[in-house]
Design a protein around this ligand. Sequence first.
Ligand code: ZN
Length: 372
Amino acid sequence: MKAIASPTPSCCPPHRNPHTPMAAPHSPHTSPSSLSPHTSPSPPSSHSPHTGWRIAIGFLKTALLVSLLTGCAQETINNKKPEADEKLAVVSTSTILTDLTEELAGDEIALTGILEPGADPHVYEPVPADSKAFESAELIVYNGYNLEPGLIKLMNATGVNARKLAAAEVVAPLRMDYEGQKVPDPHVWGDVENAIAIVEAIRDDLVALSPEDEPVFTDNAAQLIATLKKLDIWIEQQMATIPADKRQLVTSHDAFQYYAEGYGLKIVGTLIGTSTEEQPSAQTVTKLVEDIKKTGVPAIFAETTINPTLIKTVAEEAGVKLSPQELYSDSIGSPGSEGDSYIKMMVSNTRAIVEALGGTYTPFEPDNIVEK
Ligand SMILES: [Zn+2]
């Protein structure tokens, strides 16, 4: 069990050297059940809050008129309330949180995921539609520990009255160096036990805001947590197949500290720290190459959200293999890809690591895993 941290305000180092902002027009990841304020409404499955309000106000006016004529305003209004407005409006920031929230709540909420699969939360620059999503949300599920500084800043702006859940901050953080300071490492989902704590926190907030749906949220959470517990055991089993002296990890950015700590790997080094805003120095690259040669790791890894050019060069200079399978670090994969859910990304990463480091991969079959 992980210790539960007391609520900590997010640390917000200055946002410098942003990579390319998201291309406009912005098209967020949404589930089929999602009601996205970013897309134009196509009732009844799509919903723009502003359009929705206009429709509601228009309807109220009509209802009032009818009531003056018939004297039954209350009944008319209650009977005709648009169904979409009854669903809890939830906004999630990272694709990992969007996936877990969707698993928990299914069709019971109107969920909008802001980041798209493959997008890098560290450097994401919000677009106007994100403000609108935040302003009309009743619950915002964000990672915290400064994973998504642009969105955290926007969320804390005036006009956002939603309940806010810093989902990753329910876990006591490991610390990372950032500009000479020790700051919380935001990549807590790397250890599945932490993902379970996140799921429990999201479930509790959903229940608090929509108590009538408690049975659904509770059942879905129980099923998801049961699978996550098996995933946790399975990853441990997979790691145990890697020769002990090869259980060492080199990645582009430092997103795998929790994974390494949770599953017995040693981090040899990374090109850049926790935030992808940083650029590695020539000395960092040279030292990493030397460290890789010294430790004798057979392979190193690129990541799906990071340009692989430099890590490729490091692999060539160190004379090691670059794993053909990139690791999913800060985002799940796009729909249809090998890592298009939190569970699948963890399976894909584990497979890539096991195969590249000389272990024996066995597919994840939850029914075959016996809980401890
Ligand atoms: Zn990261």
